[in-house]
Design a protein around this ligand. Sequence first.
Ligand code: ZN
Length: 388
Amino acid sequence: MTAKRFPTAVMGSWPRSKEVLRALRDKRAGRISEEEFLAVTQKAALQILKWQEEAGIDYVSDGEQRRDNYISFIAEHLENVRMLSVSELLEYIDDKASFEEILGTLDVPSFSMTNPAATGKISRKKPIVLNDFLFLKKHTDKAVKVAIPGPYLLTRSMWVEGLSEDAYPAKEDLAADIVKVLREELEDLISAGVEFVQFDEPVLTEVVFTKKNANRTFMCGALTAKADAREEIAFALSLMNQVTEGMLGRGTRIAVHVCRGNWSTQDDILLRGPYFPLLPYFRQVNVDQLVLEYATPRAGELDAVREMGDKEIGLGVVNPRTETVESVEQIIGRVQELRKFVPDEKIFLNPDCGFGTFSQRPMNSDQIALEKLKAIVKAAEELRGQAP
Ligand SMILES: [Zn+2]
């Protein structure tokens, strides 16, 4: 049997219910035990799994219900990492006014932003996502996708001046241990038979598309002054390639996801620009798949993929931030455009980004998210029905 053409996948995160939000708050405040927290979040994960199965998605996730946001959850899995709120983070920023201005003008949900910071030598305290995968796998025959923050995103956010220097004089020193931790996790995930591992590197677009306040990033809270964009991209590339060295072709599909941020539904403030400045990264990064946002015009024309090498493309075909559900025709139209540049067996369909990157600010309701997934699956089915 040949593999199914146009497999469909979710990105990872899903909106949190009131119960999950309460459990996240209670856990942080120490009002509930880890077991109680797990009971609530696992129940939520199973509901989300059911919706994805109902929609007919091929690569499902657990909705990242245990995560406060896409990055800060890592703090509790690593030794010597402290979670900082925005106000705590501000203490380490010299130019507080401009940082606050970025948060304000960009509509950043600062109440929801927490940042993991390295305060000593880091190592894995417990697996990062392995246990979440094992739980989900007990309940489904579908292929499972797990998302982990990428090495560049982690380095940028975890190296905080005033907190990290004793253990790591420079962010490059911390990066070496981040690569080590991610490789350990990846080994475990491959051994456990995870079908799809996605590294999230959203901050890459910030490197190339932020003009004002370019030396500051809020997306990961990092305070590291930015070098030349080309140098940063080369640095990010070397980190990712160190993580995946020797890991490809062992049964687990490995991907990098890049998007324009997913913190607000106000489209005009999110990062804009075609992928061309990132081509050196895309061309040389050693992964199976690039998962790219393409449902928004902010991402530019699709022809940029021509220069990304012969990798699979996880095409973003629905916008998680809009209430309108994309039509099947619209989605098919987008895929037809991609087919001019990429062979069918290398095309995956997925939303642009998660539906709940930040627990406190879901991008959509369960209902609309589900409708969007159904539209993706219908489009994939129609495409499969057509002659190759
Ligand atoms: Zn994203």
